[in-house]
Design a protein around this ligand. Sequence first.
Ligand SMILES: [Zn+2]
Ligand SMILES: [Zn+2]
Length: 342
Amino acid sequence: MKREAHPENWLQITPQGLYCRPGDFFIDPHRPVERAVITHGHADHARPDHHRVLATAETLAIIQTRYGDRAGHSFQALKYGESIELGETRVRLVPAGHVLGSAQVVVEWGGWRVVVSGDYKRRRDPTCAPFEVLPCDVFVTEAIFALPVFRHPPDAEEIHRLLHSVSVFPERSHLVGVYALGKAQRVIRLLREAGWDRPLFIHGALRPLCELYEALGVGLGELRVATEARGEDLAGEILLAPPSALADRWSRRFADPLPAVASGWMRVRQRARQRNVELPLIISDHADWQELTRTLEEVQAPEVWVTHGSEEALIYWCRLRGIRGRALSLIGRGEEEQEEVV
Ligand SMILES: [Zn+2]
Ligand SMILES: [Zn+2]
């Protein structure tokens, strides 16, 4: 492992995003590039108009569903664990446990192994493969919920609170704000696991990705587009919509709507209040503080690069343990937990 081959010298921040020089590719670039390796389909990682795109088959299908003609010029699918040569580097994708198809990008060059984890979580998700721990020399991580106050409760508890509310207010329509990619399908699967076998009503914007998940083998049960039902018929039912739809005209047609949102940010009461969320559900596709620190312990990387979020807290945690921490401050990240982009 040669010092001059240190990843700082060949995996660099450029105006387009994170660039791997010996492999001549970008990872999750935020501007169009010649060759992109994409960790997952959220819009803050997968942008349109790259020339060549390499990702898992599921992520490619998600990108094509979202961007159509602008998804890219040519596509290469890589299975989890399969490794290929890109330029002088060896590249592999391993599961990140974030959304369907999500992957960590493993890059090896000059005797160094770097893992770019994209977004990830460590708890079980019935809609995607679980995160795989891979020891490495440099681990690149997000830090969205990197404060000890962020401790996501078990998701089954949150689903139980939703179902309890439905039973207490049978005359109201429960409107649950969920991001179109990942959160929507996860919440649906969790509801099915909790025994809710009635039809679920969805906003039209959720339909393409729900259909894609079904086509890729993630069963969601019976879904109906909410606007095709009469508003008063939806009393006592559960509706899912992008968070932004909760505040717009779409939501007013339903019987005495009870707004809920499923997001890690619902831990922050003020955010829930600002958005008039009556029932905040803390369900996140991002690692909480415990999951982040546990992951850093397990991958045993002597060096950790933090892409975005609460960098300071995580870097301080690293320093106390003799791990070298470095803030990359990548721009444009973390949007899917803020607002739906596409
Ligand atoms: Zn994401
Ligand atoms: Zn993200």
